[in-house]
Design a protein around this ligand. Structure first.
Ligand code: NDP
Ligand code: 2IT
Length: 451
């Protein structure tokens, strides 16, 4: 990076931090993108004059609202709801809803910001947004979750619509929550439309949407592995998380011949040196999605596995790592352990699971490393396919959806190579994804004038 570009990045980030104090996840996500695209921006000075990056980092709209509800004892509870509508240059706002007690404005803004570039990479017409609440469904009854979702949607419905903003799931929001949210939206607006994605199959959902993020991450990893003449066959894979993304990443990695040896939740991880199989995978599906239990129960059920409370999986030797839980779950020391343990490929299923210092460890060791905005884009891409099916009032077969998903992931991989291949042949997927995602959005913003 030349001196002019370095100064541009430093002064841009100083202004951003001053305008958005304390929002450390948002700063982190923006810095990564700005570092990647700065040389492109300074080479096209009209982008500086038009303040494209300043506009991209200022949300078009932030909605923060009170969510009152009563728990099963009749006690009044208050949570805070959010929707950050970050950028609509490419299409209606699109992005998930997260229900987790860690949710705050910084996390909402980082996720909405990442979503702009991810959605751009999918090639589908979707802007970037994210929403959620500091409400955690963990430990709540179905009736409490329903009352919360109904109250949340009572306010959110004014701000969304099939051509305006189309939310979906994320941490803590799966099929059950989307059902309650959709029911209340339909009731209040008196319209049956595709305003949410991740819907049930009988009421407008798409085949393969539940599978899409995890499957897509594996398809992306396959493309990365192929650049080194490798595949999943016979490889040992670490997966973190035990939720939607982790479940289907594990499923596809197994189908492709890998041995998946870990899963985790926020309390700890399980290590099963024999690897998951069909029966164990079904146990996890039932445990997490129906009984809503903890991953420690896996080790109680299967003696081949051991549970490590309070730890993350990254010290276990492996070939491939797929972080599928949450942001900043791989720190520098974890990255070093992965490299020492023989890991040569890290494919992110979660959003921003790797800290900047850990990314530097991977890149200097020349690992295959893909950022979530590239490798987890299969989820939102299939949401885009669900929107298309809703618009044309048709259902595609699983084979049709899977073919689209495969093509999209392989196109994203090609974009990363196009913009991320360095002089020594190393593919910098961070740079590639950020530049490819940025160029399209920036061009659309220039075309659409100062809005
Ligand atoms: P789920 O709620 O289904 O699962 C989340 C998993 O991660 C759970 O096992 C959860 O454990 C664990 N987890 C959550 N928060 C933390 C934390 N602070 N520390 C450690 N573990 C944690 O969510 P998803 O699988 O849908 O999402 C996982 C990741 O993938 C997120 O980063 C999300 O943004 C991203 N993503 C999701 C997409 C989707 O389509 N769903 C699409 C693209 C990205 P516990 O039960 O203890 O909370
Ligand atoms: O982070 C993400 O891409 C998601 N949670 C999925 C968003 C969507 O609209 O399907």
């Amino acid at each position: 990076m030349d001196k002019f570009t370095r100064n541009y990045v430093d002064s841009f980030m100083a202004d951003l931090i001053a305008r958005n104090p304390g929002e450390k996840e948002f700063h982190q996500a923006v810095r990564e993108v700005v570092e990647s695209v700065a040389s492109y921006v300074t080479a096209y000075p009209h982008l500086i004059d038009l303040k494209i990056l300043e506009r991209m980092t200022e949300p078009e709209r932030v909605i923060i609202f009170r969510v009152p509800w009563t728990d099963d004892r009749g006690k009044v509870q208050i949570n805070r709801g959010y929707r950050v509508q970050m950028n609509s240059a490419l299409g209606p706002y699109k992005g998930g809803i997260r229900f987790h007690n860690s949710v705050n404005l910084s996390i909402m803004k980082f996720l909405a910001f990442e979503q702009i570039f991810k959605n751009s990479l999918t090639t589908l017409p979707m802007g970037g947004a994210k929403g959620g609440s500091d409400f955690s469904p963990r430990g709540k009854s179905d009736a409490e979750v329903m009352r919360f979702c109904q109250s949340f949607m009572t306010e959110l419905q004014r701000h969304i619509g099939q051509d305006t903003d189309v939310p979906a799931g994320d941490i803590g929001v799966g099929g059950r929550e989307i059902g309650f949210l959709f029911g209340q939206y339909k009731r209040l607006r008196d319209e049956f439309t595709g305003t949410l994605t991740g819907k049930g199959l009988a009421w407008g959902g798409s085949l393969l949407r539940p599978e899409a993020t995890g499957f897509g991450a594996c398809y992306f990893a396959q493309e990365m592995l192929a650049t080194r003449g490798k595949s999943f066959e016979g490889q040992t894979v670490l997966i973190s998380g035990a939720g939607n993304v982790a479940q289907y990443a594990a499923r596809k990695a197994m189908e492709l011949g890998a041995k998946v040896v870990t899963l985790s939740d926020s309390d700890g991880f399980i290590h099963d040196p024999e690897g998951l199989n069909e029966e164990k995978w079904k146990f996890v599906m039932e445990l997490k999605n129906i009984r809503r239990g903890r991953i420690s129960e896996y080790a109680e059920k299967y003696p081949s596995a051991k549970y490590y409370p309070g730890e993350r999986p990254w010290r276990i030797p492996c070939d491939i790592a797929m972080p599928c839980a949450t942001q900043n779950e791989i720190e520098e020391a974890d990255a070093r352990k992965l490299v020492e343990g023989g890991c040569y490929c890290v494919t992110e299923g979660a959003n921003m699971p790797t800290t900047p210092e850990a990314i530097a460890v991977f890149q200097s060791a020349k690992l295959l490393y893909s950022p979530g905005k590239a490798s987890n884009a299969g989820g939102v891409a299939t949401s885009g396919l669900e929107m298309t099916q809703n618009s044309i009032r048709q259902h595609w077969t699983a084979e049709e959806v899977d073919a689209h998903l495969h093509r999209i992931m392989s196109d994203i991989h090609a974009s990363c190579i196009k913009y991320g291949k360095e002089e020594d042949g190393y593919i910098n997927y961070v740079k590639g994804a950020n530049i490819a995602g940025f160029i399209k959005v920036a061009g659309a913003m220039v075309d659409q004038g100062l809005v």
